[in-house]
Design a protein around this ligand. Structure first.
Ligand code: SF4
Length: 239
């Protein structure tokens, strides 16, 4: 029997009303007080993510934190992962795909990210997240409205229909400038690739620097229409 809570549209509207003008830290605190170990913060160590991790530490919240490790992240990202764990004294869980890269290559070929990136993302990100969240009631992400046109209607509190959990986006209405300002003011560690022209940073085969980025998703899957890996899409495709 499914014991997960289902949130109605009006309950989610009420929560958005409650947190509309609240600081992100209030939503983070509410998430822990409401769900305890059944809520987890997912991060890929982007700019918004490191700000959230700083807030979790500053608020002394023992929230569970995880990263979807595709085994294809940049060395700079793995180094930042370690740096954040040391600076904030937190353990960030690694959530791996069911298939190793060599197992994936045997079935789909050596470069699935070139031939079928949607399937690659499903194997290495979407399915691992589903498996991980099957034991949770809510998750927290760093996505923001200004990151891309597809994300512009992101709300602070949403229902994730695929994972059947509440999805919380505490920085949904934050500007790029505000993120940069907090990182600078608190000397928060961030991915050095941002200073080399990478607006956002995912897997090595699917991320490049962008000279004139249209938005924060520029430089991802540049030879495809794709701009999302799929972990946020169930919520972004609002119907
Ligand atoms: S971002 Fe690229 S390499 Fe990473 S899981 Fe998706 S398709 Fe595969």
């Amino acid at each position: 029997m499914d014991e997960k809570p289902l949130f109605t549209t009006s309950e989610i509207d009420d929560l958005n009303g409650q947190f509309e003008l609240a600081a992100p830290e209030e939503l983070l605190r509410w998430s822990y007080e409401t769900f305890g170990q059944d809520v987890a913060l997912g991060t890929g160590f982007g700019s918004s993510g490191v700000v959230l991790l700083h807030m979790v530490h500053a608020e002394n919240l023992p929230l569970t934190v995880f990263c979807l490790d595709t085994n294809l992240l940049f060395n700079e990202t793995y180094a930042l992962w370690k740096q954040i764990e040391i600076r904030y004294g937190m353990n960030i869980e690694s959530v791996a795909a069911d298939l190793s890269l060599s197992e994936q290559a045997k079935i789909y070929g050596n470069t699935l990210w070139k031939t079928d990136p949607d399937t690659c993302c499903t194997i290495r990100k979407v399915k691992p997240l589903q498996r991980y969240l099957s034991g949770k009631k809510a998750w927290i992400s760093g996505i923001r409205q200004l990151q891309s046109p597809l994300r512009k209607e992101t709300r602070k509190v949403e229902w994730d229909p695929v994972n059947r959990v509440l999805k919380l986006n505490p920085l949904a209405d934050w500007s790029d400038e505000r993120i940069r300002s907090v990182i600078s003011r608190h000397n928060i560690p961030y991915n050095p690739l941002h200073d080399e022209g990478y607006p956002s940073i995912g897997c090595v085969p699917c991320t490049v620097a962008a000279a004139n980025p249209e938005d924060e998703r520029s430089g991802r899957w540049v030879h495809f229409e794709k701009t999302e890996c799929g972990i946020h899409l169930p919520v972004l495709n609002r119907s």
